[in-house]
Write a protein that binds this ligand. Sequence first.
Ligand SMILES: [Zn+2]
Length: 252
Amino acid sequence: MKPINDFPAMWENDEARVDVCYSAAGVSTTVIVTSKFTGKILIADVGDGTLRDLLSMFKTEFVEEIDMICITHGHFDHMGGLHSLLGFMRDWNRGPALDILTPAGSIEVLNMVRGFREAYRDTTSFRIRLQEVRPGVGFDTDFFKLNVFDVEHSGMENPNDEDVLMPAVGYRILLGDTTISYTGDTRMCESTKDLVRDADLAIIEATLDSPPDSGHRVHLTLDEARELASLAKDAMLIHRIPKIDGASKLPK
Ligand SMILES: [Zn+2]
């Protein structure tokens, strides 16, 4: 299975349509799941450009139709577009309450939403229900059912050389009879296999071409992503390192 390097990429069956609007490590990732029966939308990760992508796909209908936003972890390339999206929905007077799921203790997301609430509390037309989730829990709305899985991911937050994991989860999304798994960012671990097993579609990060020479394992290699993909019925391999001025690896 080849990784997808050009976006948008789309997958669909009778019940669901999945659009990976864009995904590149250290830039942005946005996954949009739309129910073909209800028109309701789930957004998994809200990277920079999410608002622009939604406008190009749906005009402004999404303002009312987004049922849930679930965020895998607090790195900017997975949540940097959240402020813009909330601001737009406020401008357009969204009505329904909005559930935002984020890993427990994800300070980037918690602080961003807290700042938005503080700035616009009295002038926001909809309620933001921020749900801090932990692996093993489920979360249901009238339209989507989610199960939360442990993944192992870290970044450059730790100034020491210790292997410190950050709050990070993967989501298994059920919509009718369709199961869509999304790993977010992770290194290989047993729970990631459980996350993708037998899914109709597994969306898997495949950041690295080969294992890093040294340091802690932060992302999946292409071979590991392929191994995970073999456990699911269908898969998309995303979140590659973009070609920026010839750079071929993530900055240290
Ligand atoms: Zn990350």
